[in-house]
Design a protein around this ligand. Structure first.
Ligand code: NAG
Ligand code: NAG
Ligand code: NAG
Ligand code: NAG
Ligand code: NAG
Ligand code: NAG
Length: 329
């Protein structure tokens, strides 16, 4: 039977080992200002408190702590934690298993930090997570399996980063996803089968995929591959000049397609024919639609029983352009 002295020794030894094994320095978090919610929902302000002593709180909000690295087990055994916001802290790296043993964590925000790489094991080990904010970092590289098996994830915000591509391998086994936000990145193309891992958990639910304010010039003809209507696709404020006709053959997958503020001059007759038979809401305002093409659209909408709700206008002043010859004469 171990004596008390032996136990103390054992403890000291494991502390030593702990120190040897943990290269990650969390001393920076030993004195932070934070807002927390206690278990009764009462908010409390803490100044210069040791982060490790916040393990009883439901919501923790830490900003401007200048923590450059999130170490493994940083919130280990924060058993009541439901919401963790580490915003504007200059975090530039996350160790695998940083967020382990947080059985109730539903919302994690690492917004406004300095992350450039995201790997599997950084966030996707938190199976309870429903909302994830990675907004306003410098994310450039996200591994194909970084979000795998996030079975409860509903909303993910990756807006305002430096992503140049999206991967069709992301979001495997993330069956509850409702909102994916890539607004304000540097994405240039949409690859084949980009949305293949997405499907709403209930019929009549839609997944909103936001790619607004990127630099997209190209959509792969094979971008849509399914026959289920589930997608709301926002591609406004990009640089699309045209759309592959093939995309529209699979339009059944899309419920709403937003192409406002691109550089589209006209649409193929074949595309209009697809729109005629599909119930989607199709948005094409603020594009440089040629005046002749605008007339074509008007005639088409008047002559056909359109299934789609088709919203369009042009950045040209066609009325003025039409009057010009008259004025000149
Ligand atoms: C850990 O960080 C603190 C403060 O940021 C610093 O004083 C200390 O030297 C660091 N320790 C190691 C081992 O890097
Ligand atoms: C933030 O922390 C880093 C590394 O610990 C240090 O080099 C830097 O000076 C700190 N910045 C400020 C503003 O305290
Ligand atoms: C952020 O961290 C980097 C690298 O550790 C450091 O050079 C920089 O001063 C930090 N910035 C701020 C605002 O603390
Ligand atoms: C982000 O990290 C880089 C180095 O990794 C550093 O040069 C830069 O100062 C950091 N940015 C901020 C805002 O601290
Ligand atoms: C999805 O992820 C859960 C949680 O990790 C796992 O138990 C399940 O086997 C996975 N399902 C598939 C189809 O991979
Ligand atoms: C096009 O329509 C949108 C939405 O109705 C409107 O905000 C915009 O001002 C219109 N543009 C022109 C050039 O009429």
């Amino acid at each position: 039977m171990p004596t008390a002295i032996n136990l103390t020794l054992l403890l000291l030894i494991s502390l030593q080992i702990g120190e040897i094994w943990s290269v990650c320095n969390i001393t920076a978090l030993s004195s932070v200002d934070a807002i927390t919610l206690n278990k009764d929902g009462k908010s409390e302000y803490h100044y210069g408190v040791n982060f490790n002593l916040m393990d009883g709180y439901r919501v923790i909000y830490v900003t401007k702590a200048n923590v450059t690295e999130l170490c493994e087990g940083i919130v280990k055994f924060f058993g009541k934690l439901e919401e963790l916001n580490l915003i504007d802290n200059n975090i530039s790296s996350v160790e695998k298993n940083a967020f382990q043993h947080v059985p109730k964590l539903k919302k994690l925000s690492l917004a406004v930090n300095n992350l450039s790489v995201l790997k599997s094991g950084h966030v996707n080990m938190v199976k309870t997570l429903e909302v994830l904010y990675l907004t306003s970092n410098r994310l450039e590289i996200i591994d194909d399996d970084a979000f795998d098996d996030m079975i409860n994830l509903k909303r993910i915000y990756l807006n305002r980063n430096k992503l140049k591509t999206i991967s069709s391998s992301w979001f495997k086994n993330c069956s509850k996803l409702e909102v994916i936000d890539f607004t304000n990145n540097e994405i240039t193309t949409i690859p084949p089968r980009a949305f293949t891992n997405l499907a709403p958990s209930f019929q009549d639910d839609f997944v909103q995929y936001k790619l607004s304010y990127n630099q997209i010039t190209e959509i792969s003809p094979d971008v849509l591959d399914g026959n289920k209507e589930f997608l709301i696709l926002r591609l406004d404020f990009n640089r699309l000049k045209e759309l592959p006709v093939v995309v529209f053959k699979n339009l059944a997958q899309v419920n709403s397609l937003v192409l406002n503020s691109n550089q589209i001059a006209c649409l193929d007759k074949e595309i209009l024919d697809y729109l005629k038979v599909h119930t989607i809401s199709f948005h094409l305002v603020n594009n440089p639609i040629e005046c002749a093409c605008l007339d074509k659209f008007d005639n088409f909408v008047n002559d056909n029983a359109m299934q789609a709700s088709f919203y369009y206008n042009t950045t040209f002043n066609c009325k003025l352009l039409k009057q010009m010859p008259v004025l000149i004469n």
